[in-house]
Design a protein around this ligand. Structure first.
Ligand SMILES: [Zn+2]
Length: 118
């Protein structure tokens, strides 16, 4: 699995609030997680350069945001119309817009709005 470097750059930069949210309530500091993200960016996402400690931080906080983001559906994860996960190509857009939903759910919303307007 290759890391989406654009997505990682966003999470370690403008979208750092998403990192902060995932770190909240743990003993980790957002800047630690962000640091690992920036380190990875400098090395083109090459996980092989991480120390054991960085690897743990990556697995715990960065990997779930890069590869494994649950769809929030219309009213919560249980209302997802897809397979429950957001497609990789929609993640960056989803984080940017704070609209974490999969393609199925996004399409359903658009159709709903079109009907209302028509
Ligand atoms: Zn969904």
């Amino acid at each position: 699995m290759n890391i989406d470097l654009d997505l990682l750059a966003y999470l370690a930069g403008k979208g750092v609030r998403h990192l902060e949210a995932s770190v909240a309530g743990t003993s980790y500091l957002p800047r630690t997680v962000r640091g690992v993200g920036l380190f990875l960016l400098d090395r083109d996402g090459n996980l092989g350069v991480l120390t054991a400690k960085q690897q743990v931080t990556y697995e715990k906080f960065l990997k779930p945001l890069l590869f494994d983001v649950p769809c929030r559906g219309e009213t919560g994860p249980e209302s997802c119309r897809g397979n429950g996960l957001i497609e990789p190509d929609l993640l960056l857009q989803g984080f940017r817009e704070d609209d974490l939903r999969c393609r199925e759910c996004r399409t359903a919303r658009v159709e709903l709005n079109t009907k209302k307007e028509g």
